[in-house]
Design a protein around this ligand. Structure first.
Ligand code: GLA
Length: 383
């Protein structure tokens, strides 16, 4: 689906008049990867690709969903919410959490669809969860603010799909601001908008087309091993509440007490938290070149220490690194596939991207997809 109009037309065909339409964006992340659930800082921005919802109450106790892009639909009684398979869990998780928190909702009809490529690390699932919370809050006047909406969407993801994700994706989807990214403190949820002024450079995503699914266990393993590391440092000092209070030096000091896997994760996390703070300073100073160098460093950490990259992502980043006019690149999002994010000189973008895409095709036989990033405002009603 490519527009709010399509969502509304489909709704009218299926259910008649009276729907409101909402847009919930996907997100990119400039830096601060795999640190949201480790108490770090992240630098995400909402993008102009997302999910549209056409939705209205239906004076019953039944929620009717139509997933337009895959032409599937299903209905559920509001007081009989249970786990199902696949995409249904994203919407059911939201209903489950709202009801658990005693928000009063009734039946509704909902047609949704969008243009965030799935499994590309652009948070299509968070856009779905956050958008549904936002729409239901509006429809049933639930009085939930955006921060609480993000927390509800995160809990929904934890409860039904079962991915122990951090807060970044839903928070960014709900709080995005056009032409800005945000520096989000994942401990306090305080945030600051930073204008995305990249001089002669622009952000380009290259999709490996290697499917990335967060709920296949690999992401939760990252989470568990990180928590194992954190618990160790908490036994040394009960004042430690997150990785924010642990330095790379301290991690090194206790290297022998940690398994190699957990040690590597702890080193990466503590380095990435510092890197993100530095990255925000560079952005504020409009020092795009130094910012780009940090992107390459983050990729190295994600690939060699945190081990969430894959051959296809590493290939794309190495290709980018070999080009003078690409001053930063790294895998983005959960990893194991999905997109790289690249900082490329505008004047040479088409040529460079074509070369990388051709080399990728030669090596892996896959046609990579390319998206030039445009930022957007957070989840909102389309009027
Ligand atoms: C996924 C998760 C986020 C975050 C990123 C990695 O997108 O949903 O919470 O952990 O991976 O930074």
């Amino acid at each position: 689906m490519e527009s709010s109009k399509q969502a509304l037309e489909l709704y009218q065909q299926q259910f008649g008049e009276g729907a409101k339409v909402f847009f919930s964006p996907g997100r990119i992340n400039l830096l601060g990867e795999h640190v949201d659930y480790n108490g770090g800082f992240v630098l995400p921005a909402a993008i102009n690709k997302g999910i549209w919802f056409a939705i209205a109450p239906n004076n019953s106790n039944t929620a009717n969903f139509v997933a337009a892009d895959i032409q599937e639909s299903f209905s559920v009684e509001i007081d009989h919410i249970r786990k199902e398979d696949g995409w249904k869990n994203y919407v059911l998780g939201v209903l489950f959490v709202l009801i658990k928190k005693r928000y009063v909702i009734a039946g509704f009809n909902c047609v949704f669809g969008g243009n965030v490529p799935q499994g590309a690390g652009l948070s299509s699932s968070a856009a779905l969860e956050a958008g549904l919370v936002y729409a239901l809050n509006d429809l049933f006047s639930l009085g939930i603010n955006r921060e609480q909406m993000a927390l509800i969407a995160q809990e929904a993801e934890h409860s039904f799909p079962g991915t122990k994700c951090g807060i970044m994706d839903m928070f960014a989807s709900l709080h995005g601001k056009e032409n800005n990214c945000m520096m989000l403190d994942c401990n306090s949820l305080q945030y600051e908008y930073l204008p995305l002024e990249l001089n002669e450079y622009e952000l380009v995503l290259i999709n490996t087309k290697v499917h990335h699914s967060l709920n296949d266990g690999q992401y939760n393993r990252c989470f568990q091993e990180a928590m194992e590391g954190l618990s160790f440092f908490q036994t040394l000092n009960s004042l430690v509440t997150s990785f924010r209070s642990i330095s790379t030096d301290v991690v090194n000091q206790f290297k022998d007490n940690l398994s190699p896997e957990v040690y590597n994760r702890c080193i990466y996390i503590t380095e990435e938290i510092e890197r993100t703070k530095q990255a925000a300073i560079y952005l504020k100073e409009n020092n795009v070149v130094e910012f780009g160098k940090l992107m390459y460093q983050t990729h190295k950490g994600l690939s060699e220490l945190y081990k969430v990259s894959c051959a296809e992502l590493d290939f794309l980043v190495n290709e980018a690194k070999s080009k003078y006019d690409i001053i930063g690149a790294r895998m983005m999002g959960g990893g194991f596939g999905g997109c790289t994010i690249n900082l490329i000189a505008k004047h040479n973008r088409e040529q460079l991207v074509a070369e990388i895409v051709a080399a990728y095709k030669d090596t892996f036989g896959i046609d990579a997809e390319v998206y030039v990033v445009e930022t957007s405002n957070g989840t909102h009603e389309i009027v």
